[in-house]
Design a protein around this ligand. Structure first.
Ligand code: HSE
Length: 437
Protein backbone atom coordinates (compact mmCIF):
# COMPACT_ATOMS: atom_id res chain seq x y z
CA UNK A 1 0.00 0.00 0.00
CA UNK A 2 1.24 3.52 -0.72
CA UNK A 3 1.71 5.72 2.37
CA UNK A 4 -0.89 8.32 3.34
CA UNK A 5 0.95 11.62 2.95
CA UNK A 6 0.05 14.12 5.62
CA UNK A 7 0.35 17.91 5.36
CA UNK A 8 0.04 19.63 8.73
CA UNK A 9 -1.18 23.24 9.06
CA UNK A 10 -0.38 24.73 12.47
CA UNK A 11 2.29 23.92 15.02
CA UNK A 12 0.62 25.00 18.26
CA UNK A 13 0.14 22.68 21.23
CA UNK A 14 -1.99 20.22 19.24
CA UNK A 15 -0.03 20.43 15.96
CA UNK A 16 3.30 19.79 17.67
CA UNK A 17 1.87 16.75 19.46
CA UNK A 18 0.39 15.38 16.22
CA UNK A 19 3.84 15.65 14.58
CA UNK A 20 5.43 13.94 17.56
CA UNK A 21 2.89 11.07 17.55
CA UNK A 22 3.25 10.53 13.79
CA UNK A 23 7.01 10.24 14.14
CA UNK A 24 7.22 8.29 17.39
CA UNK A 25 4.37 5.82 16.81
CA UNK A 26 4.88 5.37 13.06
CA UNK A 27 5.26 1.58 13.26
CA UNK A 28 2.14 1.22 15.41
CA UNK A 29 0.03 3.30 13.01
CA UNK A 30 1.35 1.38 10.01
CA UNK A 31 0.31 -1.89 11.62
CA UNK A 32 -3.12 -0.54 12.55
CA UNK A 33 -3.85 1.19 9.26
CA UNK A 34 -2.15 -1.27 6.95
CA UNK A 35 -0.07 1.54 5.42
CA UNK A 36 2.36 4.21 6.55
CA UNK A 37 1.31 7.67 7.71
CA UNK A 38 4.07 9.93 6.41
CA UNK A 39 4.30 13.52 7.58
CA UNK A 40 5.51 15.14 4.36
CA UNK A 41 4.83 18.86 4.88
CA UNK A 42 4.28 21.24 7.78
CA UNK A 43 3.17 24.85 7.46
CA UNK A 44 2.98 27.32 10.31
CA UNK A 45 3.21 31.11 10.26
CA UNK A 46 5.37 30.89 13.36
CA UNK A 47 8.37 28.58 12.95
CA UNK A 48 8.97 26.24 15.89
CA UNK A 49 12.56 25.09 15.49
CA UNK A 50 12.34 23.01 18.68
CA UNK A 51 9.66 20.72 17.26
CA UNK A 52 11.07 17.63 15.55
CA UNK A 53 9.39 17.28 12.15
CA UNK A 54 11.48 14.36 10.91
CA UNK A 55 11.96 14.47 7.14
CA UNK A 56 8.91 16.76 6.58
CA UNK A 57 9.38 20.00 4.63
CA UNK A 58 8.61 23.14 6.67
CA UNK A 59 7.22 26.42 5.30
CA UNK A 60 5.69 29.53 6.87
CA UNK A 61 3.30 29.76 3.91
CA UNK A 62 0.06 27.84 4.54
CA UNK A 63 -0.35 27.62 0.75
CA UNK A 64 2.68 25.29 0.64
CA UNK A 65 0.37 22.40 1.61
CA UNK A 66 -1.29 22.65 -1.80
CA UNK A 67 1.30 20.23 -3.14
CA UNK A 68 1.44 16.88 -4.92
CA UNK A 69 3.01 15.08 -1.97
CA UNK A 70 0.02 15.77 0.32
CA UNK A 71 -3.03 13.45 0.39
CA UNK A 72 -4.62 14.89 3.52
CA UNK A 73 -4.42 18.34 5.07
CA UNK A 74 -4.64 18.47 8.86
CA UNK A 75 -5.93 21.90 9.80
CA UNK A 76 -4.87 22.91 13.31
CA UNK A 77 -4.45 26.65 12.95
CA UNK A 78 -7.78 27.55 14.57
CA UNK A 79 -9.81 30.68 13.87
CA UNK A 80 -12.08 30.85 10.88
CA UNK A 81 -10.71 32.93 8.01
CA UNK A 82 -7.33 31.35 7.17
CA UNK A 83 -8.53 27.95 8.33
CA UNK A 84 -11.44 28.10 5.90
CA UNK A 85 -9.11 28.98 3.06
CA UNK A 86 -6.77 26.10 3.89
CA UNK A 87 -9.63 23.61 4.16
CA UNK A 88 -11.54 24.85 1.09
CA UNK A 89 -8.33 24.80 -0.99
CA UNK A 90 -7.55 21.25 0.11
CA UNK A 91 -11.07 20.01 -0.69
CA UNK A 92 -11.09 21.83 -4.03
CA UNK A 93 -7.84 20.09 -4.95
CA UNK A 94 -9.29 16.68 -4.03
CA UNK A 95 -7.42 16.26 -0.74
CA UNK A 96 -8.94 14.84 2.39
CA UNK A 97 -9.16 17.05 5.46
CA UNK A 98 -8.83 16.44 9.18
CA UNK A 99 -9.63 19.35 11.47
CA UNK A 100 -10.03 20.15 15.15
CA UNK A 101 -11.69 23.45 14.35
CA UNK A 102 -15.15 23.63 15.89
CA UNK A 103 -15.51 27.35 15.15
CA UNK A 104 -14.92 26.66 11.47
CA UNK A 105 -17.38 23.77 11.37
CA UNK A 106 -20.05 25.65 13.31
CA UNK A 107 -19.78 28.61 10.92
CA UNK A 108 -19.10 26.89 7.57
CA UNK A 109 -19.53 23.16 8.13
CA UNK A 110 -22.50 22.80 5.80
CA UNK A 111 -20.72 24.53 2.91
CA UNK A 112 -17.45 22.65 3.43
CA UNK A 113 -19.18 19.28 3.82
CA UNK A 114 -21.14 19.90 0.61
CA UNK A 115 -17.92 20.71 -1.22
CA UNK A 116 -16.24 17.58 0.18
CA UNK A 117 -19.24 15.49 -0.77
CA UNK A 118 -19.14 16.81 -4.37
CA UNK A 119 -15.39 16.19 -4.57
CA UNK A 120 -15.63 12.75 -2.91
CA UNK A 121 -13.09 13.50 -0.17
CA UNK A 122 -13.29 12.61 3.52
CA UNK A 123 -13.46 15.10 6.36
CA UNK A 124 -12.44 14.00 9.85
CA UNK A 125 -13.44 16.17 12.79
CA UNK A 126 -13.18 13.89 15.83
CA UNK A 127 -10.92 16.40 17.57
CA UNK A 128 -13.40 19.25 17.21
CA UNK A 129 -15.61 18.05 20.07
CA UNK A 130 -14.70 16.87 23.57
CA UNK A 131 -10.95 16.52 22.94
CA UNK A 132 -9.88 12.91 23.36
CA UNK A 133 -13.36 11.34 23.71
CA UNK A 134 -14.18 9.46 20.48
CA UNK A 135 -17.74 10.78 20.52
CA UNK A 136 -17.98 11.52 16.79
CA UNK A 137 -16.96 7.95 16.06
CA UNK A 138 -19.43 6.64 18.64
CA UNK A 139 -22.29 8.59 17.05
CA UNK A 140 -21.24 7.64 13.54
CA UNK A 141 -20.57 3.95 14.06
CA UNK A 142 -21.17 2.48 17.53
CA UNK A 143 -24.63 4.04 17.84
CA UNK A 144 -25.55 3.64 14.17
CA UNK A 145 -28.46 1.33 15.04
CA UNK A 146 -30.21 4.06 17.01
CA UNK A 147 -32.34 7.08 16.46
CA UNK A 148 -30.68 9.54 18.83
CA UNK A 149 -33.19 11.91 20.37
CA UNK A 150 -31.15 13.61 23.10
CA UNK A 151 -27.59 14.35 24.09
CA UNK A 152 -26.14 16.33 26.91
CA UNK A 153 -22.84 16.88 28.55
CA UNK A 154 -19.82 18.89 29.53
CA UNK A 155 -18.04 19.87 26.33
CA UNK A 156 -15.79 22.68 27.47
CA UNK A 157 -12.78 21.61 29.51
CA UNK A 158 -11.85 25.12 30.62
CA UNK A 159 -15.26 25.84 32.17
CA UNK A 160 -15.33 22.49 33.91
CA UNK A 161 -11.81 23.07 35.19
CA UNK A 162 -12.86 26.46 36.61
CA UNK A 163 -16.08 25.20 38.22
CA UNK A 164 -14.22 22.27 39.77
CA UNK A 165 -11.46 24.51 41.16
CA UNK A 166 -14.14 26.80 42.63
CA UNK A 167 -15.99 23.85 44.16
CA UNK A 168 -13.11 21.72 45.41
CA UNK A 169 -10.43 24.30 46.19
CA UNK A 170 -12.51 27.43 46.77
CA UNK A 171 -10.42 29.15 44.09
CA UNK A 172 -11.79 32.37 42.69
CA UNK A 173 -12.86 32.51 39.05
CA UNK A 174 -9.90 34.56 37.77
CA UNK A 175 -7.25 32.33 39.41
CA UNK A 176 -8.85 29.16 38.06
CA UNK A 177 -9.11 30.64 34.55
CA UNK A 178 -5.44 31.71 34.60
CA UNK A 179 -4.45 28.16 35.54
CA UNK A 180 -6.61 26.67 32.75
CA UNK A 181 -4.84 29.01 30.32
CA UNK A 182 -1.43 28.01 31.66
CA UNK A 183 -2.30 24.34 31.16
CA UNK A 184 -3.19 24.98 27.51
CA UNK A 185 -6.93 24.26 27.84
CA UNK A 186 -8.41 27.66 27.02
CA UNK A 187 -9.10 29.14 23.60
CA UNK A 188 -6.93 32.02 22.38
CA UNK A 189 -9.81 34.24 23.53
CA UNK A 190 -10.99 32.59 26.78
CA UNK A 191 -14.34 34.36 26.64
CA UNK A 192 -15.19 31.69 24.05
CA UNK A 193 -14.81 29.15 26.87
CA UNK A 194 -16.35 30.96 29.81
CA UNK A 195 -19.21 32.55 27.89
CA UNK A 196 -20.26 29.25 26.33
CA UNK A 197 -19.49 29.96 22.67
CA UNK A 198 -17.02 27.08 22.34
CA UNK A 199 -19.51 24.71 23.96
CA UNK A 200 -22.31 25.93 21.68
CA UNK A 201 -20.16 25.31 18.60
CA UNK A 202 -19.46 21.77 19.81
CA UNK A 203 -23.10 21.15 20.68
CA UNK A 204 -24.17 22.26 17.18
CA UNK A 205 -21.68 19.79 15.64
CA UNK A 206 -22.81 16.91 17.87
CA UNK A 207 -26.51 17.61 17.40
CA UNK A 208 -26.16 17.82 13.61
CA UNK A 209 -24.49 14.43 13.55
CA UNK A 210 -26.76 12.82 16.13
CA UNK A 211 -30.02 14.07 14.61
CA UNK A 212 -28.84 13.91 10.97
CA UNK A 213 -29.88 17.52 10.54
CA UNK A 214 -28.50 20.92 9.74
CA UNK A 215 -28.28 22.75 13.06
CA UNK A 216 -27.62 26.48 12.98
CA UNK A 217 -25.06 27.57 15.57
CA UNK A 218 -27.01 30.84 15.91
CA UNK A 219 -30.04 28.90 17.08
CA UNK A 220 -28.25 27.53 20.15
CA UNK A 221 -29.18 29.35 23.36
CA UNK A 222 -25.89 30.30 25.06
CA UNK A 223 -25.08 31.28 28.63
CA UNK A 224 -21.62 31.07 30.20
CA UNK A 225 -20.29 30.55 33.70
CA UNK A 226 -18.95 34.02 34.44
CA UNK A 227 -21.99 34.83 36.61
CA UNK A 228 -21.57 31.76 38.84
CA UNK A 229 -20.64 32.67 42.36
CA UNK A 230 -18.73 30.39 44.72
CA UNK A 231 -21.64 30.81 47.14
CA UNK A 232 -24.02 29.28 44.56
CA UNK A 233 -21.68 26.33 44.25
CA UNK A 234 -21.69 25.86 48.04
CA UNK A 235 -25.47 26.07 48.35
CA UNK A 236 -25.88 23.68 45.42
CA UNK A 237 -23.56 21.20 47.15
CA UNK A 238 -25.57 21.44 50.32
CA UNK A 239 -28.69 20.59 48.35
CA UNK A 240 -27.05 17.57 46.68
CA UNK A 241 -26.07 19.10 43.34
CA UNK A 242 -22.92 20.12 41.46
CA UNK A 243 -23.00 23.12 39.16
CA UNK A 244 -21.85 22.09 35.69
CA UNK A 245 -21.70 23.93 32.40
CA UNK A 246 -23.87 21.79 30.16
CA UNK A 247 -24.75 21.56 26.52
CA UNK A 248 -28.15 19.94 25.99
CA UNK A 249 -29.75 19.09 22.63
CA UNK A 250 -33.10 17.37 22.24
CA UNK A 251 -35.06 16.37 19.22
CA UNK A 252 -38.75 17.31 19.34
CA UNK A 253 -41.47 16.71 16.77
CA UNK A 254 -41.40 20.34 15.72
CA UNK A 255 -37.66 21.05 15.87
CA UNK A 256 -34.52 21.01 17.96
CA UNK A 257 -33.94 22.38 21.45
CA UNK A 258 -30.25 23.25 21.80
CA UNK A 259 -28.92 25.11 24.81
CA UNK A 260 -25.71 25.76 26.69
CA UNK A 261 -25.89 27.08 30.24
CA UNK A 262 -24.77 26.37 33.79
CA UNK A 263 -27.00 23.86 35.52
CA UNK A 264 -27.43 22.13 38.84
CA UNK A 265 -26.84 18.42 38.24
CA UNK A 266 -27.97 15.99 40.95
CA UNK A 267 -25.15 13.99 42.57
CA UNK A 268 -26.94 10.79 41.52
CA UNK A 269 -26.07 11.51 37.86
CA UNK A 270 -22.53 10.41 36.89
CA UNK A 271 -21.86 13.66 35.03
CA UNK A 272 -22.00 15.50 38.37
CA UNK A 273 -18.75 13.71 39.30
CA UNK A 274 -16.87 14.61 36.11
CA UNK A 275 -14.29 17.12 37.26
CA UNK A 276 -11.40 19.26 36.06
CA UNK A 277 -10.62 19.26 32.34
CA UNK A 278 -12.63 16.07 31.82
CA UNK A 279 -15.58 16.21 29.47
CA UNK A 280 -18.59 13.91 29.40
CA UNK A 281 -21.23 13.30 26.78
CA UNK A 282 -24.44 11.41 27.45
CA UNK A 283 -26.59 10.29 24.55
CA UNK A 284 -30.00 8.69 24.34
CA UNK A 285 -30.83 6.22 21.58
CA UNK A 286 -34.14 4.44 21.01
CA UNK A 287 -32.58 0.97 21.15
CA UNK A 288 -29.69 1.36 23.55
CA UNK A 289 -31.16 3.95 25.94
CA UNK A 290 -28.66 6.21 27.70
CA UNK A 291 -24.89 5.91 27.14
CA UNK A 292 -22.10 7.99 28.67
CA UNK A 293 -18.61 8.84 27.39
CA UNK A 294 -15.99 10.48 29.59
CA UNK A 295 -12.45 11.69 28.87
CA UNK A 296 -10.13 14.66 28.72
CA UNK A 297 -11.76 17.49 26.81
CA UNK A 298 -8.87 19.84 26.08
CA UNK A 299 -5.10 20.03 25.90
CA UNK A 300 -2.51 19.02 23.33
CA UNK A 301 -2.13 15.25 23.72
CA UNK A 302 -5.86 14.32 24.04
CA UNK A 303 -6.77 16.49 21.05
CA UNK A 304 -3.85 15.14 19.04
CA UNK A 305 -5.04 11.63 19.91
CA UNK A 306 -8.35 12.37 18.18
CA UNK A 307 -6.63 13.95 15.15
CA UNK A 308 -4.38 10.94 14.62
CA UNK A 309 -7.33 8.57 15.09
CA UNK A 310 -8.98 10.27 12.10
CA UNK A 311 -5.76 9.85 10.10
CA UNK A 312 -5.58 6.14 10.93
CA UNK A 313 -9.23 5.75 9.87
CA UNK A 314 -8.53 7.63 6.67
CA UNK A 315 -5.52 5.42 5.93
CA UNK A 316 -7.72 2.37 6.47
CA UNK A 317 -10.32 3.77 4.10
CA UNK A 318 -13.04 4.01 6.74
CA UNK A 319 -13.23 7.79 7.29
CA UNK A 320 -16.43 8.73 5.45
CA UNK A 321 -17.04 11.33 2.79
CA UNK A 322 -19.63 13.71 4.29
CA UNK A 323 -23.15 13.42 2.97
CA UNK A 324 -25.75 16.18 3.07
CA UNK A 325 -27.90 16.24 6.23
CA UNK A 326 -31.27 14.52 5.94
CA UNK A 327 -33.19 17.63 6.99
CA UNK A 328 -33.11 21.17 8.31
CA UNK A 329 -34.88 21.44 11.65
CA UNK A 330 -36.28 24.63 13.21
CA UNK A 331 -34.53 25.92 16.35
CA UNK A 332 -36.85 25.86 19.31
CA UNK A 333 -34.50 27.89 21.50
CA UNK A 334 -35.01 27.89 25.24
CA UNK A 335 -38.66 28.94 25.40
CA UNK A 336 -40.16 25.47 25.49
CA UNK A 337 -37.85 24.23 28.25
CA UNK A 338 -39.56 23.13 31.45
CA UNK A 339 -37.25 22.49 34.39
CA UNK A 340 -36.67 23.15 38.07
CA UNK A 341 -34.78 26.30 39.05
CA UNK A 342 -32.31 27.32 41.74
CA UNK A 343 -32.96 30.87 42.94
CA UNK A 344 -30.74 32.97 45.21
CA UNK A 345 -32.78 35.92 46.40
CA UNK A 346 -31.02 38.63 48.43
CA UNK A 347 -33.65 39.85 50.89
CA UNK A 348 -34.02 42.15 53.89
CA UNK A 349 -34.10 40.16 57.13
CA UNK A 350 -37.55 41.18 58.36
CA UNK A 351 -41.01 39.63 58.86
CA UNK A 352 -43.13 38.98 55.80
CA UNK A 353 -40.38 38.94 53.18
CA UNK A 354 -40.33 35.17 52.80
CA UNK A 355 -44.14 35.16 52.68
CA UNK A 356 -44.03 37.67 49.81
CA UNK A 357 -41.48 35.52 47.96
CA UNK A 358 -43.60 32.40 48.45
CA UNK A 359 -46.69 34.33 47.31
CA UNK A 360 -45.06 35.30 43.98
CA UNK A 361 -44.13 31.69 43.30
CA UNK A 362 -47.52 30.43 44.39
CA UNK A 363 -49.38 32.90 42.13
CA UNK A 364 -47.39 31.50 39.21
CA UNK A 365 -48.19 27.96 40.26
CA UNK A 366 -44.53 27.25 41.00
CA UNK A 367 -44.01 24.84 43.86
CA UNK A 368 -41.04 25.08 46.24
CA UNK A 369 -38.94 21.91 46.53
CA UNK A 370 -36.21 23.06 48.94
CA UNK A 371 -35.26 26.18 50.90
CA UNK A 372 -32.14 27.35 52.74
CA UNK A 373 -31.90 30.47 54.83
CA UNK A 374 -29.07 30.89 57.29
CA UNK A 375 -29.54 32.72 60.59
CA UNK A 376 -27.41 35.87 60.76
CA UNK A 377 -25.30 34.36 63.54
CA UNK A 378 -23.80 31.65 61.34
CA UNK A 379 -23.62 33.53 58.05
CA UNK A 380 -20.22 34.65 56.91
CA UNK A 381 -19.82 38.41 56.79
CA UNK A 382 -22.25 40.90 58.23
CA UNK A 383 -24.24 41.77 55.14
CA UNK A 384 -27.53 43.48 55.93
CA UNK A 385 -29.40 41.04 53.74
CA UNK A 386 -30.24 37.35 53.82
CA UNK A 387 -29.76 35.11 50.84
CA UNK A 388 -32.93 33.05 50.48
CA UNK A 389 -32.07 29.93 48.48
CA UNK A 390 -34.95 28.15 46.81
CA UNK A 391 -35.10 25.19 44.49
CA UNK A 392 -38.43 25.20 42.72
CA UNK A 393 -40.36 22.39 41.15
CA UNK A 394 -40.48 22.30 37.35
CA UNK A 395 -41.68 25.47 35.68
CA UNK A 396 -41.68 26.65 32.06
CA UNK A 397 -38.88 29.04 31.11
CA UNK A 398 -41.20 32.02 30.62
CA UNK A 399 -42.86 31.47 34.00
CA UNK A 400 -39.50 31.20 35.78
CA UNK A 401 -38.36 34.40 34.09
CA UNK A 402 -41.55 36.23 35.09
CA UNK A 403 -41.19 35.01 38.69
CA UNK A 404 -37.64 36.38 38.87
CA UNK A 405 -38.80 39.67 37.45
CA UNK A 406 -41.65 39.97 39.99
CA UNK A 407 -39.46 38.83 42.88
CA UNK A 408 -36.97 41.52 41.92
CA UNK A 409 -39.69 44.18 42.32
CA UNK A 410 -40.58 43.15 45.87
CA UNK A 411 -39.65 45.86 48.39
CA UNK A 412 -37.93 43.26 50.60
CA UNK A 413 -35.62 42.08 47.82
CA UNK A 414 -32.39 44.05 47.83
CA UNK A 415 -30.42 43.02 44.77
CA UNK A 416 -30.09 40.87 41.70
CA UNK A 417 -31.59 37.39 41.85
CA UNK A 418 -29.47 34.49 40.61
CA UNK A 419 -31.37 31.84 38.66
CA UNK A 420 -29.70 28.60 37.57
CA UNK A 421 -31.63 25.83 35.84
CA UNK A 422 -31.66 22.30 37.21
CA UNK A 423 -30.94 19.60 34.63
CA UNK A 424 -32.89 16.42 35.14
CA UNK A 425 -30.74 14.33 32.82
CA UNK A 426 -32.17 11.04 34.07
CA UNK A 427 -35.70 12.01 33.04
CA UNK A 428 -34.39 13.31 29.70
CA UNK A 429 -32.68 10.01 29.00
CA UNK A 430 -34.77 7.10 30.30
CA UNK A 431 -33.57 3.49 30.07
CA UNK A 432 -34.34 1.56 26.90
CA UNK A 433 -37.66 -0.31 27.07
CA UNK A 434 -37.38 -3.97 28.06
CA UNK A 435 -37.71 -6.59 25.32
CA UNK A 436 -41.29 -7.09 24.20
CA UNK A 437 -42.47 -3.78 25.70
N1 HSE B 1 -10.92 25.50 24.90
C1 HSE B 1 -11.47 24.21 24.67
C2 HSE B 1 -11.95 23.65 25.99
C3 HSE B 1 -10.44 23.32 24.05
O1 HSE B 1 -11.59 24.18 27.05
O2 HSE B 1 -12.71 22.70 26.00
C4 HSE B 1 -11.01 22.11 23.38
O3 HSE B 1 -11.85 22.41 22.34
Amino acid sequence: MTPLRVGLAGLGTVGATVAQLLLENAALFERRAGRRLDLTRVASRTPKPDVNLGPATFDTDLGSLDADDVDVVVELIGGVTSAKEVVATAIGAGRHVVTANKALLAAHGEELFEAASRRGVSVGFEASVAGGIPIINALRTGLAANRIDALAGIVNGTSNYILTAMEEEAQDFATALAEAQRLGYAEADPTFDVEGIDAAQKLAILAALAFDATIEFDGVHVEGISGIDIEDIRYARELGFSIKHLGIARLHEDGVEARVHPALVPDSVLIAKVSGVMNAVMTHGDAVGPTLYVGPGAGGPPTASAVVADLVELARGTLPVPRPAERRLPDLGIEGVICAHYLKIPAIDQPGVFADVADVLSRHDVSIEAVIQRPQAIRSGAEPWVPIIIVTDEAPEAVARECVSELGRLSGVTGEIARIRVADLTAMMPPAPPAGA
